[in-house]
Structure formats: C-alpha cells, structure tokens
Design a protein around this ligand. Sequence first.
Ligand code: PNS
Length: 160
Amino acid sequence: MAAIYPGSFDPFTNGHLDIAERALDVVDKLIIGVLNNTTKTSLIPIEQRVELIQETLKEYGDRVEVESFKGLLVEYCKHKKIYTVVRGLRAVSDFDYEHAIYLMNKKMLPDFETLFFMSNTESSFISSTIVKEVASLGGEVVDQVPEPVYRKLREIYADK
Ligand code: PNS
C-alpha cells in the first residue's frame, strides 16, 4: 500500500521525520508531497525543500519519493492514483483544522482517506514556524530538525 504525506515542510522538522518513519512502518511506499504554494512566501525554495527531504530519508531508497505539487491535494491524489494521505497530530489544537480539511477533501473525493499519526512526546511541541523563529533569532534548533535541514538553516541565517 502507498500513501501521500503532504505538507509545506518549510522546513521539514524532526516531528515530520517521526511521522514519515512511523508511516513507513505501516505503508510500503510513501510519497512526500511538498506544497508549492505560490501565494505564500517561503523561507526555503521549493526545489531545496524537496532535496533536503530526499537527503534526510535517503536510507529508505525507492520506498520514499519526494516531489512538489501545486493546487488541490485531492487533484494531486487523483494524478498519483493514491487516495490515502498521512497526517500528524501533535495536540488537540491540531484536531479542528485536520478534521475540517479531512471532511472537505472527502467531500471533493469520496475515495479519499487519511491515516493520522500522533506525534511522540519529543516532537509534540515542534513546528516549522517555531523552528524558523528560533533559528532566525540565533537560537539552537539542532535537536528539532534533521541534519541536512540544520545545515541549510545555518547557511540561511549565517550573516543575520
Ligand atoms: O504543512 P501544512 O501547512 O500543515 O500542510 C497543509 C496541506 C499542504 C496538507 C494543506 O494546506 C493542503 O492540502 N493544501 C493544498 C490545497 C488544498 O487542497 N486545500 C484544500 C484542503 S485545505
């Protein structure tokens, strides 16, 4: 069975890594779909976000495919012919949003299904937004992001 793990991943954190690795215990193949949202400015350009995730998960070989997608997730699911999506839940505060997007996606694509994974304790407080804020202000995020992402953040904020 294959599933799509969609997200902005700006940047990919250890929380995302935990969800991806646990999903790989359940599914045979995981497609990581990095949202190319042209209306939102991102810290890391889309091609680099894809490369950083590829590098982070390279030990999984062809069980992991990382690519960008634009537009509706349900259209991307149809294009890939994969209707199962993976999402992480950190806390109750994630639930309302995840529930709403699940229902909306299900309405647009009745075959759509979501596998929700609960974050582990270590990752339950990590978010891309917090990582960016701390890193931009010179704080240490080595424990919150995979090594390739850490190097990229160091490079981005080196002269700031
Ligand atoms: O990392 P994020 O920002 O939590 O990921 C959210 C994502 C990418 C799963 C969601 O915004 C999404 O699917 N966007 C694509 C556009 C879409 O399908 N929107 C309708 C459902 S909100």
